[in-house]
Design a protein around this ligand. Structure first.
Ligand SMILES: *Cc1c(COP(=O)(O)O)cnc(C)c1O
Length: 454
């Protein structure tokens, strides 16, 4: 076929100016692989009777290579209205934490080395002091995430034994974290007490026996049971546990180190309060309200923390140096609560004044409209943000954003797809026939205009 013969050879393309230019950027191996694939596709198209213009080859090849070179995991703009969006990586780190993590990546560091004695040190030592100072806990240890914190605590004290937990607290946290399943994997027999809506002290007392390894209390972080309800408070449960001589593990989930009512949010129990209430062990996440990297903290009695650290699972669940560095820098910010909201993005986003977000929406709407594809319009609107990651599940924060609309019932979906296809994708949410971009977490006007620009 004439057209097939008109296709250039691999060597011709590689030796051309365009080919040499691509090799300089992407390397010979990647350019060759992309070229072979592109030529194959053109041959197949020609054989099928489709048009395949050899003149387009260099441009197509350049686009293929640029596409393949784009990182799969790359920054997006979180305009979803969910501040701690698990699918968008939860907390954005503070500048200090980013700097500390970068230094930890680029240099050797005294991770398990004591600069005082020159002997061996412990990797948890870098965080233990700060955690105890900020929460009043006696001791602390750190693992990969809060799911791991719960797993290792259950396994350490409940393997081959029983854990007593209220039926009202057998939670599922998105994905595959279901408390009953975690218990099975931890080797613990689950003893459910009470009912979905009501659990009383006598329910726990009646279930405790010689096989009891621990009592578990779980903060119902992603739902709220309302109406005719009763739960046993942590201080009361701590008393029951002490009398029975078994540890009480309180899983807080999000766990805030500061009182959120200062920011006008609903009060959630702080970690320090949970410690003071007498739980023997308290667990919570690093990347939820705390605003740090993914991690799970276990605070509590020194003898119990030591037992957890002796569990061989600890080695499998331990943190890497990069996150320890970022966590240390994040926790240090909590020593100066007055400037925390300035420095910690999670708190900055949570406490951003509505008037400021509204002004931004009004400023951006007319600038954005001409950047949208033909036929779409943008208007400022009021909307509601939520905290996300299972914190304050029923509360919303009044916010402001842009309401993007177009012709046809699928207009919001088409626009969402277009926004996702940008070099810096912007993620909004579809609501009421429109695509809403909540501006609460937008770092600056320019970032959004650049993302939508040509
Ligand atoms: C989020 C959550 C977990 C899991 O924490 P990760 O850090 O996501 O592993 C466990 N328990 C509760 C109550 C939670 O809210």
């Amino acid at each position: 076929m004439e057209a097939l013969r008109a296709l250039p050879s691999v060597d011709q393309v590689l030796a051309s100016d365009a080919g040499r230019g691509l090799i300089a950027i992407y390397g010979r191996a990647a350019t060759l692989a992309a070229l072979r694939a592109r030529l194959e596709a053109m041959r197949a198209a020609l054989k099928a009777g489709d048009l395949a213009d050899a003149a387009c080859l260099p441009a197509r090849l350049a686009a293929d290579l640029a596409d393949a070179a784009r990182p799969r995991l790359r920054p997006v703009l979180n305009l979803s209205g969910t501040i701690l969006h698990t699918n968008l990586g939860r907390a954005v780190l503070a500048d200090d934490a980013i700097a500390a993590a970068s230094a930890a990546m680029a240099n050797p560091l005294a991770l398990e080395f004591s600069l005082e004695t020159g002997g061996r040190g412990e990797r948890d030592d870098h965080l233990r002091g700060l955690l105890c100072e900020l929460t009043g806990a006696e001791d602390a240890t750190v693992v990969n995430n809060n799911a791991a914190a719960v797993l290792i605590a259950l396994n350490t004290f409940g393997q081959g034994r029983e854990a007593v937990v209220s039926r009202g607290e057998l939670i599922e946290i998105g994905g595959a974290f279901r408390m009953p399943d975690i218990m099975v994997r931890a080797g613990v027999r689950l003893i459910e007490v009470g009912t979905t809506n009501r659990t009383h002290p006598r329910d726990y007392e009646g279930a405790i026996g010689p096989e009891t390894g621990l009592i578990l209390k779980v903060h119902t972080s992603n739902y709220r049971i309302e109406g005719f309800t009763a739960e046993v408070s942590a201080p009361r449960l701590a008393g029951i546990a002490r009398k029975a001589g078994v540890p009480l593990l309180h899983d807080l989930g999000s766990g805030s180190l500061i009182d959120l009512s200062q920011l006008g949010l609903r009060r959630e129990p702080t970690v320090a309060e949970a410690v003071a209430e007498g739980a023997d062990l308290v667990t919570f996440s690093g990347d939820k309200l705390l605003g740090g990297p993914q991690a799970g903290f276990i605070l509590g009695r020194r003898d119990l923390i030591a037992a957890i650290n002796r569990n061989p699972l600890k080695r499998a669940l331990r943190l890497d140096k990069i996150r320890i560095a970022a966590l240390e820098a994040t926790l240090r910010l909590y020593r100066d609560p007055d400037r925390l909201a300035e420095r910690l993005p999670t708190l900055r986003h949570l406490s951003r004044p509505l008037a400021e977000i509204t002004a931004q929406a009004e400023r951006l709407a007319p600038l954005l409209a001409p950047l949208l594809p033909e036929g779409f319009a943008a208007a400022p609107c009021a909307c509601d943000s939520q905290v996300g990651s299972g914190a304050l599940p029923t509360d919303t924060l009044p916010s402001a954003g842009l309401r993007l609309t177009g012709q046809g019932g699928d207009a919001p979906d088409r626009l969402a797809g277009w926004l996702r296809s940008r070099a810096t994708p912007a993620i909004g949410r579809i609501h009421d026939g429109a695509l809403i971009l909540d501006l609460r977490c937008l770092p600056s006007d320019d970032v959004l205009l650049a993302a939508l620009g040509p």
